[in-house]
Design a protein around this ligand. Structure first.
Ligand code: ADP
Ligand code: X2W
Length: 297
C-alpha cells in the first residue's frame, strides 16, 4: 500500500508541474494585480506561503503587483488607544487620529511585514504608499447618504481616487522588483487620505492593463442569499445582489471594484479564499477553479 502511494505521488507532482506550463507561457510578461486583504494575512504560515507564491510568479516571468489591506490590523491598533473602528458601506470613518493610525499601520507595519517576508525568501520587494512617485492622487470621498437621497455623509479623511500615475510601479517592474502598495493617497491640499484597498487594487489593475486581478479574502467567495458559493457573477446578478442586500459590508467595495476592473479591460477578475494555502498559485497556474469570477456583462 505504502509502495503504491509513493509511486503515485511523484507522478501527481509531475502532472501538476506539467499542467502549469501553458499558464506560465500565456501569462509570461503579463501583470497580475493581487489584492492581499487584511483578513487573509492573519495566519503566519499562510503569510510565508503567500510571499513564496508571489516570488514564484515573478521568477517564471509574470509581473505581480501587490496591493495590501489591513482593516483588522488597524482595528487592533485603534483598540490599543481606546478607539473603536466604525464603517459605513464598507468604508472606515476616518478622523484625524484614525488617519494617523492608518498611515502608521498600513504604510509602516503591514507593508513592511510583507516586504520583509518576500525579501527573506529571495525576492526583491519594494514598499510604496500612494504618495511615492505621485502614485495615487486622491480627494475627499463624497459618500451618498442612503437614508437621504441627494445628500452626502462626511466620513472624514476617506479618499476616492482622482488619478493614478503608474510610472513608479512600471519602473520597479522593469527592474525585477515586486511593488507592494499601501492604499494611502495624497490630496492636492497636502492631506493624506485613507482609501479602501479593494478600490486601489481595482484601479491599479485597470491602469496597468493587468491580465488578472485576484482579490484574496477570508471567505470562499461570494455567497448567495442561502449562503451557497457563487462561482460566477455577471453585472446583472451583481446589481440584483446589491439591491436585495445579499452583498454587504466589506464585500460592497470589493465587488464594485472587481466589476469596474472587469469592465475596464482586466481580462479575468477573481475573488478567492486567502485562507487556503497556496490559493494564489492554484488560481494562476492550475485548471482548478475556485472562488468567484466576476464578469463584465
Ligand atoms: N454575499 C457575500 N458573500 C460573501 N461575503 C460577504 C457577502 N456579503 C458580505 N460579506 C462579507 O464580506 C467579507 C469580506 O470583506 P472584508 O472583510 O472587507 O475582507 P478583506 O479584508 O479581505 O477586504 C466576508 O468575510 C463577509 O463577512
Ligand atoms: C476607507 C477604508 O475603509 N480603508 C481601509 C483601508 C484598509 C483596507 O481596505 O483593508 P482590508 O482590505 O483588509 O479591508 C480601512 O481603513 O480599513
Amino acid at each position: 500500500m505504502t509502495d503504491d502511494l509513493t509511486a503515485v505521488a511523484p507522478q501527481i507532482k509531475a502532472q501538476i508541474l506539467a499542467e502549469a506550463l501553458p499558464y506560465i507561457r500565456n501569462f509570461h510578461g503579463k501583470t497580475i494585480v493581487i489584492k492581499y486583504g487584511g483578513n487573509a494575512m492573519t495566519d503566519e504560515r499562510l503569510k510565508h506561503g503567500f510571499a513564496r507564491d508571489v516570488i514564484l510568479l515573478k521568477l517564471v516571468g509574470m509581473n505581480p503587483v501587490v496591493v495590501h489591506g489591513g482593516g483588522p490590523q488597524i482595528d487592533n491598533a485603534l483598540k490599543k488607544i481606546g478607539k473603536q473602528g466604525t464603517f459605513v458601506q464598507g468604508m472606515r470613518i476616518t478622523d484625524e487620529e484614525t488617519m494617523e493610525v492608518v498611515e502608521w499601520v498600513l504604510g509602516g507595519e503591514v507593508q513592511q511585514d510583507i516586504v520583509m517576508l518576500i525579501n527573506h525568501y529571495g525576492g526583491q520587494a519594494v514598499g510604496l504608499t500612494g504618495k511615492d512617485g505621485g502614485l495615487i492622487r486622491a480627494k475627499k470621498m463624497a459618500m451618498p447618504d442612503k437614508e437621504n437621497p441627494g445628500q452626502f455623509l462626511d466620513i472624514g479623511f476617506v479618499g476616492e481616487i482622482d488619478a493614478i500615475n503608474p510610472a513608479v510601479v512600471k519602473a520597479l517592474q522593469d527592474d525585477a522588483f515586486i511593488p507592494i502598495i499601501s492604499p494611502i493617497g495624497f490630496g492636492q491640499d497636502g492631506q493624506a487620505y485613507n482609501i479602501n484597498a479593494d478600490v486601489v487594487a481595482g484601479k491599479i489593475a485597470e491602469i496597468l492593463k493587468a491580465e488578472k486581478l485576484i482579490m484574496m479574502t477570508n471567505i470562499a467567495g461570494v455567497q448567495d442569499k442561502q449562503g451557497n458559493l457563487v462561482t460566477d457573477l455577471s453585472a446583472r446578478e451583481i446589481d440584483e445582489m446589491f439591491a436585495d442586500g445579499t452583498i454587504s459590508g466589506g464585500m460592497l467595495p470589493k465587488i464594485s471594484s472587481a466589476l469596474d476592473a472587469a469592465k475596464s479591460g482586466v481580462n479575468t477578475v477573481h475573488i478567492i479564499d486567502g485562507r487556503i494555502e497556496h490559493s494564489l498559485l492554484l488560481e494562476v497556474l492550475t485548471e482548478q477553479a475556485f472562488g468567484t469570477m466576476i464578469r463584465s456583462h
